[in-house]
Design a protein around this ligand. Structure first.
Ligand SMILES: Cc1cc2nc3c(=O)[nH]c(=O)nc-3n(C[C@H](O)[C@H](O)[C@H](O)COP(=O)(O)O)c2cc1C
Ligand code: SF4
Ligand code: SF4
Length: 303
C-alpha cells in the first residue's frame, strides 16, 4: 500500500464512517447513488471508493454500503444503484449472487456493476444483466477492472501490485465519468457466459468449493485466538472453539487467510503470503455469531 493510501485509511480507519462524514456535508436535493459492495481483501473496495468519490465530487449523494450489512429485500433505491464485487472462479461469490437475486424490485431503476479480477471472467456480466433485468432494473453499465490477484499473491511484487491498484482506481474514475456522461454500456454475449455461470455457479461446484475449507489449516502454535478471522468472515463460517473451526460454508474470499496477524492460517497446509489492499477495519462486517446468516440471506444455501 502506498503512503498516501495508508494516510487516508489511518486518518479514518473505518471507511464506512468516512463515507458517512462526506454525506453529512452534502445537500439533500442531490442525485442519489446507492452503491453496494463486497470485497474479500480490499481490491474491490478501493475501486468502489474511487468510483464513489468521483460521483460525490460531481455533487451526488453517495451511500457506499457493504452487501454483508444490507438486507437486499429492503433496499429502497431513490436514484441509481451500483454493485461492486470480485470475480471468483470465473463468476462471483454465492453471497453476491444471493444479494443480487434478492434485490427489492426496481421500477426501471438505473443500475450498474463493476467487478475486479486478476485476468478474466467468463460468467458475470451477461448472467448478472439477466438477473437485474428480472428484478425490474435498467442496466446502464458494466465494467471489469484488473487488480492484483489475491489468490496467488506470491507471484508478483508488491511494487507491481501497487501499480495495478493505482491503474485500477484510475479506470474506476474513468468508468464513473462514462456512466455520468451516458457513455457506459452493459452488454450481453449470449450462450458461453450463461453456460459458464450454469457450471461455475452451480450448487455442486460451490458445494465442492465449500468443502475445500476442510483444507484450511490452523497452526495452533501461532494462533493467539484473537478472533479476527471469525469477525471478518462474511458468511460466519468460523467459530472459535477455542481454536478457529470452519463450518463448511466457506466461499474462499481469502479474508481469514490474508488478515490473520499471526499468519496462522494456511491453505492446503501451505503457509500463505497475505494479500491485503486495505486494513482489516475497512472490511469488518457488523458482528454476527458463527452460523448466523447475512441480513436478507434467509436460509443459508449455496447458490
Ligand atoms: C477463490 C478465488 C477465485 C478467483 N477466480 C478468479 C477468476 O476466475 N478470474 C480472475 O481474473 N481472477 C480471479 N480471482 C482473483 C480476484 O478476482 C481478484 O484478485 C480480485 O481483485 C479480488 O478482489 P477483492 O480484494 O475485492 O476480494 C480469484 C480470487 C479468488 C480468491
Ligand atoms: S486471526 Fe489468526 S491468530 Fe487470530 S484467531 Fe484467527 S487464526 Fe488465530
Ligand atoms: S472462512 Fe475465510 S476464506 Fe472462507 S468465507 Fe470465511 S473468511 Fe472467507
Amino acid at each position: 500500500m502506498s503512503d498516501s493510501q495508508s494516510e487516508q485509511f489511518t486518518e479514518c480507519p473505518n471507511l464506512r464512517g468516512w463515507i458517512c462524514q462526506r454525506q453529512a456535508t452534502q445537500m439533500t436535493d442531490l442525485e442519489r447513488l446507492d452503491f453496494y459492495w463486497f470485497s474479500g481483501t480490499g481490491n474491490t473496495l478501493l475501486v468502489a471508493q474511487a468510483l464513489a468519490d468521483l460521483f460525490a465530487d460531481e455533487g451526488w449523494d453517495v451511500r457506499l454500503q457493504p452487501m454483508t450489512d444490507t438486507d437486499p429485500t429492503s433496499v429502497q433505491p431513490e436514484g441509481w444503484v451500483g454493485l461492486a464485487f470480485p470475480v471468483a472462479c470465473q463468476t462471483t461469490y454465492p453471497l453476491v449472487w444471493r444479494f443480487c437475486e434478492r434485490l427489492a424490485p426496481g421500477q426501471g431503476t438505473p443500475i450498474f456493476m463493476v467487478d475486479t479480477m486478476a485476468g478474466y471472467s467468463g460468467a458475470v456480466v451477461g448472467p448478472l444483466r439477466g438477473v437485474v433485468l428480472k428484478r425490474g432494473y435498467t442496466p446502464i453499465g458494466a465494467r471489469e477492472i484488473i487488480m492484483p490477484s489475491n489468490l496467488y499473491p506470491i507471484r508478483v511484487s508488491e511494487e507491481r501490485n501497487q501499480r495495478l491498484r493505482e491503474r485500477g482506481q484510475e479506470q474506476a474514475r474513468a468508468y464513473a465519468r462514462d456512466l455520468l456522461a451516458g457513455r457506459a454500456h452493459w452488454g450481453h454475449i449470449h450462450i458461453l457466459p450463461d453456460l459458464f455461470r450454469a457450471i461455475m455457479g452451480s450448487r455442486p461446484m460451490w458445494h465442492w468449493i465449500a468443502r475445500t475449507d476442510g483444507l484450511l489449516r490452523v497452526d495452533q502454535e501461532r494462533c493467539t485466538r484473537c478472533g479476527l478471522c471469525a469477525a471478518l468472515c462474511p458468511v460466519a463460517n468460523i467459530r472459535l472453539a477455542p481454536w478457529p473451526e470452519y463450518q463448511r460454508r466457506c466461499e474462499q474470499c481469502m479474508r481469514c487467510l490474508s488478515y490473520c496477524p499471526e499468519k496462522a492460517l494456511g491453505l492446503w497446509g501451505l503457509p500463505r503470503v497475505p494479500y491485503r489492499a486495505v486494513p482489516a477495519d475497512a472490511l469488518l462486517p457488523s458482528p454476527r455469531k458463527a452460523g448466523e446468516p447475512c441480513p436478507g440471506d434467509g436460509e443459508q444455501k449455496v447458490a
